[in-house]
Design a protein around this ligand. Structure first.
Ligand code: NDP
Ligand code: GDR
Length: 336
């Protein structure tokens, strides 16, 4: 049997980069959808780059945008992937309050454009939807596959739409389409404006004397934080099952933003209370107070379980920032 072909949307993001590494190591040919931008946006996958003129290249990139359904259709028809990992999205919850319509179009409708492209081309491929613990929103923990959704942001509402679209294409057309309901997962490759990376970066910069203060919003929110490197393996496992189904992926533990501050600053030899200031611009109009995932089903049926929990994750992230030769660059955040 010839090697499998995968298409990853969102390959330039945190998860896409780890998933591309995993699939290449398994012998896949990996196709990635990337957005055309005025400057290169491929930093997270530059170490995987292969010359496309090389006939043996197994990582191949293609321009495309979730807004462009016809491009997605013709690309799928040409590439004929065995597996589609749909990770691309406007993924920032706070930003989704500023750009609700755009978030609905990319994060919600983008999934439908892909599903519809698969249906129209008649491809017998397997489809992974990057669903999110944000869909549970206000529903108290622990949250498992059958827990009701109560989305608290335009982002979460768009993900609920995409979740149900994925289930509907499975039920209506018999497609092998699954939802991975992943709880927060972080890494040194996390986007700089998500809270864990923002904290880890600031702790390193303050320890080096490069900045004095870190501005944050709500410190009481609690999240189930795991390690992204381990979570992409669960995505792959879901597409290797005999039957398509939906799975929660989580550590089963939760910590507050305040706790995560403590883990990072202590590791950098600092007292966070001397350096953290409040900025209301980082608050959300409606917040998700507490997430703890119950990943029993993933452990039982996928054989997946995490090994890195929030305290170690914080150390991994601070160490990575401290290893950067010139020191991490200042954060150019755009609060609304
Ligand atoms: P990132 O924000 O790091 O990556 C998002 C990716 O989507 C980037 O490659 C980005 O491209 C691409 N993208 C955004 N908009 C478009 C568009 N219009 N057309 C094409 N590509 C686009 O996200 P993560 O890697 O952290 O997350 C991956 C997926 O999993 C997302 O769907 C996210 O919502 C979801 N998720 C994430 C969790 C987490 O804790 N990380 C938890 C649960 C779900 P570019 O690089 O050009 O910006
Ligand atoms: P989240 O991640 O919203 O859970 O979504 P984020 O790191 O943005 O926020 C986590 C919690 O920290 C609080 N917070 C701040 N957040 C940010 N970004 N910046 C701050 O300054 C700040 N101060 C406090 C937030 O209010 C929140 O409670 C992530 C994304 O990856 C989604 O795409 C994904 O679906 C979910 O995780 C699971």
């Amino acid at each position: 049997m010839s090697a499998k072909k995968a298409l990853i949307t969102g390959i330039t993001g945190q998860d896409g980069s780890y998933l591309a590494e995993l699939l290449l190591a398994k012998g896949y040919t990996v196709h990635g959808l990337i957005r055309r931008s005025s400057a290169f946006n491929t930093q997270r996958i530059d170490h995987l780059y292969q010359d496309p003129h090389d006939p043996d290249a197994r990582l191949l990139l293609h321009y495309g945008d979730l807004a462009d359904g016809s491009r997605i259709t013709t690309l799928l028809e040409r590439l004929q992937p065995d597996e589609v990992y749909h990770l691309a999205a406007q993924s920032h919850v706070r930003v989704s309050f500023d750009e609700p319509e755009f978030t609905g179009s990319t994060t919600g409708l983008g999934t439908v454009r892909l599903l519809e492209a698969i249906r129209m081309t008649g491809l017998p491929c397997r489809f992974y939807q990057a669903s999110s613990s944000e869909m549970f929103g206000m529903t108290p923990p622990p949250q498992a596959e059958n827990t009701p959704f109560h989305p608290r942001s335009p982002y979460a509402a768009a993900k609920v739409y995409a979740y149900w679209a994925t289930r509907n294409y499975r039920e209506a057309y018999g497609m092998f389409a699954v939802n991975g309901i992943l709880f927060n997962h972080e890494s040194p490759r996390r986007g700089e404006t998500f809270v864990t990376r923002k904290i880890a970066r600031a702790a390193a910069r303050i320890a080096r004397g490069e900045q004095e203060f870190l501005y944050l919003g709500n410190l009481e929110a609690r999240r189930d934080w795991g390690y992204a490197l381990e979570y992409v393996d669960a995505m792959w496992r879901m597409l290797q099952c005999d039957q398509p189904d939906d799975y929660v992926v989580a550590t089963g533990t939760s910590h507050s933003v305040r706790d995560f501050l403590g883990f990072c600053f202590e590791h950098a030899g600092l007292d966070w209370e001397k350096h953290v200031r409040f900025d209301e611009r980082y608050l959300r109009p409606s917040e998700v107070p507490d997430l703890i995932g119950d990943a029993t089903k993933a452990r039982r049926e996928l054989g997946w379980q995490p090994s890195v929990y929030a305290p170690e994750l914080a150390r991994i992230m601070v160490d990575a920032e401290l290893r950067l030769p010139a020191g991490p660059a200042p954060l150019r955040e755009v609060p609304s």
